[in-house]
Design a protein around this ligand. Structure first.
Ligand SMILES: C[S@@+](CC[C@H](N)C(=O)[O-])C[C@H]1O[C@@H](n2cnc3c(N)ncnc32)[C@H](O)[C@@H]1O
Length: 305
């Protein structure tokens, strides 16, 4: 539950954030975001989901994604999918990065997202968050973020207008009418049982349109665990090529990885960013012909946390 520490005493409460939410911070580990657990209660029973997230947790990744979106043809209707969405702060971060860069004036971009948790989905739709998710000084983000008088932060409608929170769904069975121009999947892989991971990666590949972008991390601290999935996606028949060499200004880390960082892992999320081959409508820089095979071997798997 959100404690009184996060809401001014005697101030109005936010029932959505008071019920079925547990929050824990990890002092000294700002790059790990905030530990957040949400509980779904429905006909299926009671399930708790680890929905850890943060506002602008990966600013370099967001800037890189915005730059890639800016390379689509001006007339394209660009659809981005963020999964898992958790409580929506990643979508809010991307929308604000896009607004700051003038992306929405130049391109038609819709940011869609979903999460398996109904509780997280409801919180994402509210666009209201406890103060602890944000930096102390919000003035740089006005008018996108507004400090409420009860210890919460409200996301302005001008930001939420670019974000579409879809109904709760399981990514492994999610079947949209058509694939997306950009698919962003952060901090899910490591939460799945090992044998379910190839199915997730295959599903994300299917959700990415020809010419589209797939951005996937494990989490920022254990990027070496991406190696087998990177190899599968960039195998000749799989049809993805890594953009890591074309994104020369987006090298990996920004955190303290617990193991080796493969050459393909870029930005502060240590994510792979791949382009799906095909006509599509992208105008992305073509990676050098050897890029797919140039990732350094990852070395042995790092010790688990
Ligand atoms: C650690 S959070 C990551 C959230 C967000 N991407 C971020 O990094 O800020 C993991 C989220 O995955 C969701 N999740 C777990 N399994 C899922 C599945 N099969 N389909 C969709 N979402 C799932 C959980 O509910 C939780 O909100």
């Amino acid at each position: 539950m959100v404690t009184a520490r996060h809401a001014a005493a005697g101030a109005p409460r936010r029932p959505d954030w008071e019920q079925d939410v547990r929050i824990r911070t990890r002092p000294g580990r700002p790059d790990s975001g905030v530990k957040l657990y949400v509980t779904d209660r429905d006909a299926a029973g009671m399930r708790e989901f680890m929905a850890n997230t943060g506002f602008r947790r990966y600013p370099r990744l967001m800037a890189t994604l915005v730059a890639l979106l800016g390379q689509f043809p001006a007339e394209a209707q660009i659809r981005v999918l963020i999964v898992p969405l958790s409580v929506g702060l990643e979508a809010v971060s991307l929308a604000i990065a896009g607004l700051e860069a003038g992306l929405f004036q130049a391109r038609s971009v819709t940011i869609e997202g979903f999460d398996i948790s109904a509780k997280a989905t409801a919180l994402a739709r509210s666009g209201v968050y406890p103060r602890l998710f944000f930096p102390d000084d919000l003035t740089a983000f006005a008018p996108a973020l507004r400090e409420a008088d009860d210890g919460f932060v409200e996301v302005d409608a001008s930001v939420m207008a670019h974000v579409r929170v879809l109904d709760p769904a399981d990514v492994l069975t999610f079947a949209p009418g058509k694939p997306y121009d950009m698919v962003v999947c952060l901090n899910l892989l490591m939460h799945l049982p090992e044998k379910a991971r190839p199915a997730l990666v295959a599903r994300l590949a299917e959700l990415t349109a020809p010419g589209g972008i797939l951005c996937l991390n494990n989490n920022q601290e254990w990027p070496d665990e991406l190696v087998p999935h990177f190899a599968a996606l960039t195998a000749p028949a799989a049809g993805f090529v890594s953009l890591h060499e074309a994104l020369a200004d987006a090298p990996g880390t920004g955190t303290t990885p617990a193991g080796p960082v493969p050459a393909f892992a870029v930005t502060d999320a240590n994510a792979m960013i791949l382009r799906r081959a095909g006509e599509g409508r992208s105008a992305f820089p073509s990676p050098p012909a050897h890029a797919t095979h140039s990732a350094k071997p990852a070395g042995p798997t790092s010790p688990r946390r």
